[in-house]
Write a protein that binds this ligand. Structure first.
Ligand SMILES: Nc1nc2c(c(=O)[nH]1)N[C@H]1C(S)=C(S)[C@@H](COP(=O)(O)OP(=O)(O)OC[C@H]3O[C@@H](n4cnc5c(N)ncnc54)[C@H](O)[C@@H]3O)O[C@H]1N2
Ligand code: MOO
Length: 401
């Protein structure tokens, strides 16, 4: 029996990165609801930040050319933050406070720790530093007309702060994606079931997929489960397609006659991707069913996790308008050795030692989820590579996803 060639990991990833159009519209949100939402427009500054030259210190503003050692200055005005100062009288200084506007005619602020006030209230300065010291120039942070935040970023607290400092209180974000989840399998019962009958296991992928999607900030209108038959699978996919922007499933995508997801997609949509050279997680379906974009992940829980991290997450980011960046990685060595090279890119669940070496967990079965609970991330062994102590490999911490 001949087997179709597997699709290389990198090729599958590129295909998903380039073929996932944005599926959602923009909505306007007040800043207090915009945290972790995806920005739908470029934000251009229509003011300078700071708007005017201002003092970085509590002290005295003067014209640096007027300074001489021991020269006495009279204090011609007092400038707290929030008021418009007068032009500085030549040869004088102004008492000034942090954040207050620098008066015209002054170019430098001397902090009060370096000022000496005599009995008559005149001030001299032991040293002045350089011209411009302690003056925060208008626009030094952001210049009017500058693109400050770009479309596609996920808004973090510092972005919200920046928007507020531009005077923006409503911002356009992409709507959340509505993602439907389908798990499949006769052997699965919900974790709430009292006890397992012979042959049964708890449905762990359902809760795991829900939380993976929650961690990306999207909504999950429906979570369904179908027994291993065409009718239930088809009904569930049809129901999900009515209310969701995207459907994610686990299980039923292998080659056995009990694997119905693939068949239902073939009859009611289209398949784009099939058998990726990745371990764990070879069988993946990427296509459309009843007009709705669909990603079918393998049912083995570790395969579900790995293929979610690499493929579903990538597609979800793109479909939700979020700019995609490959997960952060760093180079590590490993104590492990393996002279045999395999044809698939491997994502080995591994811990980092104090010497920053990756130590693979002993149990790497695609059905075994425990390793990913006690490890730090994935050690990536590219296809056709052996594992050797003196070579370096990419390590992807789970927090990168
Ligand atoms: N003859 C072949 N058999 C298999 C192949 C193959 O190429 N030829 N590929 C294997 C690989 S690799 C994987 S991965 C699985 C993928 O199978 P499916 O995605 O069709 O998943 P199922 O068969 O439905 O289940 C696999 C496994 O995972 C357990 N499972 C499924 N759903 C859940 C869930 N929601 N929660 C917890 N556990 C779940 C299920 O009980 C099975 O043990 O196919 C191999 N076979
Ligand atoms: O790679 Mo499969 O995904 O071995 O379980």
């Amino acid at each position: 029996m001949s087997h179709p060639p597997m699709m290389p990991f990198e090729e599958a990833l590129l295909a998903i990165e380039s073929a996932s159009p944005c599926l959602v519209e923009k909505e306007s949100l007040p800043l207090n609801q915009a945290l972790e939402r995806v920005l739908a427009i470029d934000v251009i500054a229509d003011i300078n930040i700071p708007p005017a030259d201002n003092s970085a210190m509590d002290g005295y503003a003067l014209c640096s050319d007027d300074w001489q050692d021991k020269r006495l200055f009279s204090v011609s005005q007092r400038i707290p933050a929030g008021i418009a100062p007068d032009t500085l009288q030549p040869g004088t200084c102004a008492r000034i406070f942090t954040g207050a506007m620098i008066p015209k005619g002054a170019d430098t602020v001397i902090m009060q720790e370096n000022a000496h006030i005599d009995a008559s209230g005149k001030v001299s300065f032991s040293h002045i530093g350089s011209k411009g010291d302690n003056v925060r120039k208008a626009g030094q942070d952001v210049t009017k007309g500058q693109i400050v935040l770009t479309k596609g970023i996920r808004l973090k607290p510092q972005h919200i702060g920046m928007l507020a400092s531009l005077g923006i209180e409503q911002v356009y974000c992409y709507e959340k994606l509505k993602i439907g989840i389908l798990t499949t399998g006769d052997e699965l019962v919900p974790p709430a079931a009292d006890r397992l009958e012979i042959g049964q296991i708890y449905n762990s992928n359902s809760a795991m997929l829900v939380s993976l999607i929650q961690s990306l900030g999207h909504s999950i209108p429906h979570v369904l489960h179908a027994k291993d038959n065409i009718i239930e699978t088809e009904n569930a996919l049809q129901a999900l397609s009515r209310e969701c922007d995207l459907i994610l499933s686990s299980g039923g995508v292998s080659v056995g006659e009990e694997d119905h997801v693939k068949q239902v997609i073939e009859q009611n949509g289209s398949l784009n991707l099939w058998k990726v050279a990745i371990k764990p997680g070879k069988p993946i379906v990427f296509g459309r069913v009843f007009e709705t974009p669909f990603i079918g992940l393998p049912g083995n829980p570790s395969s579900t996790l790995v293929t979610f991290h690499w493929f579903a997450r990538t597609a979800i980011l793109a479909h939700s308008g979020e700019r995609y960046k490959r997960p952060t990685r760093f180079k590590v060595q490993t104590d492990a050795r393996r002279s045999k090279a395999i044809a698939r890119d491997e994502f080995i669940r591994a811990s980092l030692t104090e010497q920053n070496k990756a130590q693979p967990h002993a149990q790497q079965s695609s059905g075994a989820l425990f390793a990913s609970c006690v490890c730090d991330g994935y050690l990536h062994i590219p296809a056709k590579h052996t594992i050797e102590e003196n070579l370096t490999y990419d390590f992807y911490p789970f927090s990168s996803f």
